[in-house]
Ligand binder design. Structure first.
Ligand SMILES: Nc1ncnc2c1ncn2[C@@H]1O[C@H](COP(=O)(O)OP(=O)(O)OP(=O)(O)O)[C@@H](O)[C@H]1O
Ligand SMILES: [Mg+2]
Length: 865
């Protein structure tokens, strides 16, 4: 039989799997000699057994309870001198939706009298009793907590809790018991052991509460971990003004600065501090109130920091001048504080730089790179919604997608305001600086799509009434008309009237080469340098223009991993593509290609110059040609109304001929290269000529959408000839973005000098859904139902897409040792995906220039984990 119950003296902080976070840390503090009330932890293994067969390790619990009773010199619920305990849930990960805590277990109509005598305080005893019925009723018996709240509010009748007398609490106990009887058809259980057992079972059961299940599915927490339960001897903060309860941080969670940060509430118990029943006082005031306990607390906090080597948060209670520690854990902090604290701890000699790098995340760095509203801007908040997608956006309110696109085209900044968005709003969302909706949560269409685009979004601002027809929204009696300027903060969910000044991120300024001297920037610098020294992965950028390439270099990219060539066919070059498509003879086609070649050459020359000898991977044209043709509806109307020219009529024919049901799976990528003579050859020649002219250029030619080695062989042959003719060397490789390519990677590697995983397409084709269609259509539902916790387009799907990648890595390298491997899908800038790329042994990741620092940091962390 495994041991299912641990005394606090038997555990330690590394046993979180078994004892949960709370139990493990209570044990750690106990063994550090800190004043923790005695108690024991029922393990998560016991929870798993309970879920299997409903068993509770009653005997072991009984033995530990006896030990606890002996230590305290009291018996649970004893009528003369009762021991009281709390029953507290505590899983490895804290989880919303799970039962929390029941205090004062062991009280009943008889033992409350014993407590009155022992404490010499009638009011305290009855207050404790009514708290038990309230918490037990709500969390164990599942009674609506508002019923108890209403009853106490009625009794208070405007008084504070401090004004309530012993008689008041006594009558409240009666009222509460009636509520229990009425709601549950049974009496509140008076037997202390039964109270304890029911509470333990309720904690176990809450592991499978619907909200907890959903949360686990979304966060990918295994559903079979189970939760531990802590049984702790009660100490009382509600024994008068020399008692109280508080919370504290060992340093400021917003800045990391050392000091005294916390709140204290006299004559109160447990959750009163956070519940806000009375105003708390700053922790500093405790120095006046109870200098002895204050000094001890400061000493303990210093000890905890030294021991955990990190910022800790704590819960404590003072019972008649005696300090008790009730909880500690490594505390949450803001992104900026995470960087500052990590480097402060290095300076204080508590951790080394490797550890500092482990302690900050790419997501935190990404947060620090968004522009923010100035700190003391003074604008008042008009209303609030949910912080769905970060950033700070200012613009004129518009109420339709069309209007957004129209004003944006005139160079105006706009914020698209809608009740909720639908796929029809896409164009407007792209055009807008930010999106504001009055309905829908963090998985609504607006939220999902905005996050995907990296666009600022506040959603579900429920006070807003949107009247799109009239072109206005109202909040109470404030009216905002189309064209009025508003500001939205995607980090806090705040909406402001008028223009709030936006400040650039000092961290971006630092990457741009303009470091300010502030602490945060110094911390980021220290951490980035160290991460760069540790990482094995190279970080490249996806960049199509010399400007992007230059930024990528400033941000630390060591090459371009993906240059898309299709934008080079847009704008006034469209005509040339139209000529190519409409060409009827080989001569006409060649003439069109000849006109394009010098333009392409100039584009590549700019990139090579910007990258100055670093490798540049150029992908030959990928999208279907009809994407470059005018819209079919516009053309049809023009031709049908007789306004079209002869060319329009021919274009319409071409559009109709080239129309595809599933363009994503149609004539594109290498297929175009094989079907349209001369197209790839023109691009390769342009690359070769540009490379020849630029000193030290390192071109890498990448063929998209290959599914079979034969496709690659055929275009490679032609490319090699051209390179030889021009007298330039270049690697020739392929994207791996069709599942068949991954599965036949051994063959493909025979013809490819490098692979670059195109995980956007690979994800689409592996799942069989197209990103543009599904993100707006049903991803919200999928996220709500927990089918995935995060979109597979944001973070690599390790099990499916990742498996294909692994196959390709192993078989590709087997066929060609030294095969260069990278990734150029958007996943290349996603922290979890970067770690995966490190694990499977890629050589580099490539991502958008702004994500380059995030990828550098995560690549460093991956090497240290
Ligand atoms: N034995 C006890 N004596 C006095 N107060 C207690 C005791 N056990 C718990 N408390 C207090 O009751 C409150 C709630 O307890 P607990 O820490 O278990 O849950 P929580 O703080 O609501 O959630 P979390 O799991 O996030 O910590 C806390 O303020 C805690 O300090
Ligand atoms: Mg707590």
């Amino acid at each position: 039989m495994p041991k299912l119950v641990y005394d606090f003296t038997e555990g330690n902080k590394d046993l979180k799997d078994l004892l949960g976070g709370k139990g493990a840390n209570l044990a750690e503090m106990t063994n550090l000699g800190l004043p923790v009330p005695p108690g024991f932890t029922i393990t998560s293994e016991a929870c798993r057994a309970y879920m299997d067969d409903g068993s509770v390790p009653a005997e072991e619990i009984g033995t530990h309870l006896e030990k606890l009773e002996a230590a305290m010199g009291k018996k649970l619920g004893d009528p003369d001198d009762p021991l009281l305990v709390s029953v507290r849930s505590g899983a490895k990960f804290s989880m919303p939706g799970m039962m929390e805590t029941v205090l004062n277990i062991g009280l009943n109509d008889r033992s409350v009298q014993g407590l009155v005598r022992q404490a010499g305080d009638e009011r305290f005893a009855w207050d404790s009793y009514r708290r038990l019925i309230q918490m037990f009723g709500k969390t164990v018996m599942d009674i609506d907590g508002d019923l108890f709240e209403q009853a106490i509010d009625e009794l208070k009748d405007g008084r504070t809790d401090l004004d309530l007398t012993a008689a008041d609490f006594r009558s409240l106990v009666g009222t509460y018991k009636e509520i229990v009887r009425r709601e549950k058809g049974r009496d509140f259980p008076e037997d202390p052991k039964e109270q304890m057992e029911l509470a333990i079972k309720a904690v176990f059961d809450s592991w499978n509460a619907p909200r907890a299940i959903l949360y686990r599915r979304q966060e990918r927490i295994p559903s079979d971990l189970g939760t531990a339960v802590n049984v702790v001897a009660m100490v009382f903060g509600n024994l008068g003004m020399d008692s109280g309860t508080g919370v504290a941080f060992t340093r400021d969670p917003a800045t990391g600065h050392q000091g005294v940060y916390g709140d204290y509430l006299q004559n109160a118990q447990g959750e009163d501090v956070v519940a806000g029943i009375r105003n708390t006082v700053p922790l500093q005031d405790l120095q006046e109130i109870d200098p002895h306990s204050y000094a001890e607390l400061m000493e303990i906090m210093a000890k905890l920091e030294g021991h955990y080597r990190d910022l800790c948060d704590i819960e404590f209670t003072i019972e008649r001048g005696k300090l008790w520690m009730l909880q500690t854990r490594v505390g949450k902090r803001t992104a900026g504080a995470a960087f500052c604290i990590a480097t402060q701890l290095v300076e204080e000699g508590l951790i080394d730089l490797d550890e500092a790098v482990r302690r900050v995340t790419g997501d935190q760095l990404a947060q620090l790179m968004f522009p923010r509203f100035a700190d003391d801007h003074g604008n008042t908040v008009l209303t609030r919604g949910m912080n769905a997608s970060p950033g700070a956006a200012v613009g004129r309110a518009v109420f339709s997608s069309a209007r957004a696109a129209e004003l944006a085209a005139q160079g105006q900044d706009v914020i698209l305001v809608r009740r909720e968005t639908t796929p029809d709003d896409l164009a407007g969302m792209i055009a807008a600086r930010g999106v504001l909706t009055s309905r829908g949560g963090k998985t609504s269409h607006a939220a999902v799509v905005a996050r995907g685009m990296g666009k600022t979004c506040v959603c579900g601002a429920e006070e807003i009434e949107v009247d799109a027809k009239a072109g206005r929204f109202t909040v109470g009696d404030v009216v905002v008309e189309e064209g009025d300027v508003i500001s939205i903060d995607g980090g806090t969910g705040c909406v402001y009237l008028g223009e709030v000044p936006v400040v650039a991120s000092p961290v971006v300024e630092y990457f741009e080469g303009n470091p300010s001297g502030d602490e945060l920037v110094r911390a980021v610098d220290t951490i980035m340098r160290h991460a760069d020294g540790r990482r094995r992965l190279d970080v490249r950028a996806n960049a199509d223009t010399p400007d992007d390439a230059a930024r990528a270099r400033r941000f630390g990219a060591s090459g371009i991993g993906l240059c898309r060539t299709e934008h080079m066919f847009l704008g006034d070059r469209r005509v040339l593509i139209e000529d190519l498509i409409l060409a009827e003879t080989a001569e006409e086609r060649q003439a069109a290609l000849d006109a394009l070649e010098p333009l392409q050459k100039a584009d590549f020359a700019g990139l090579f110059a910007a990258m100055n000898g670093l490798p540049v991977t150029i992908r030959l044209i990928d999208p279907p040609l009809h994407e470059f043709l005018p819209d079919i509806i516009d053309l049809s109307v023009k031709v049908a109304t007789g306004k079209g020219t002869k060319k329009d009529r021919r274009l319409l024919e071409a559009v109709q001929r080239l129309h595809e049901q599933n363009p994503m799976l149609g004539l594109r990528g290498v297929r175009l290269g094989l079907v349209v003579p001369g197209l790839f050859a023109m691009q390769v020649r342009a690359i070769a000529e540009a490379a020849k002219a630029a000193e030290g250029a390192r071109p890498e030619i990448m063929i998209p959408l290959v599914g079979a080695v034969q496709e690659l062989e055929s275009v490679r042959e032609e490319a090699r000839q051209i390179l030889a003719e021009v007298g330039v060397e270049a690697l020739i490789g392929t994207m791996i973005e069709v599942p068949r390519a991954a599965l036949t990677a051994g063959q493909i590697a025979e013809a490819a000098e490098f692979f670059s995983f195109g995980t956007n397409d690979l994800t689409q084709m592996t799942w069989g859904f197209s990103r543009d269609d599904v993100e707006s259509a049903f991803f919200g539902t999928y996220l709500d139902k927990g089918i995935f916790g995060v979109s597979p387009f944001e973070s690599l799907d390790r099990d499916g897409v990742g498996r294909l990648m692994k196959v390709a890595v192993v078989e590709g390298r087997k066929a060609r040792p030294g095969l260069k491997l990278g990734i150029c899908g958007e996943h290349g800038g996603d922290p979890a995906s970067v770690r995966f790329c490190h694990e499977i042994g890629l050589d580099y990741v490539s991502c958008s220039p702004f994500r380059v620092p995030v990828a550098r940091l995560e690549a460093g962390r991956a090497a240290l984990l």
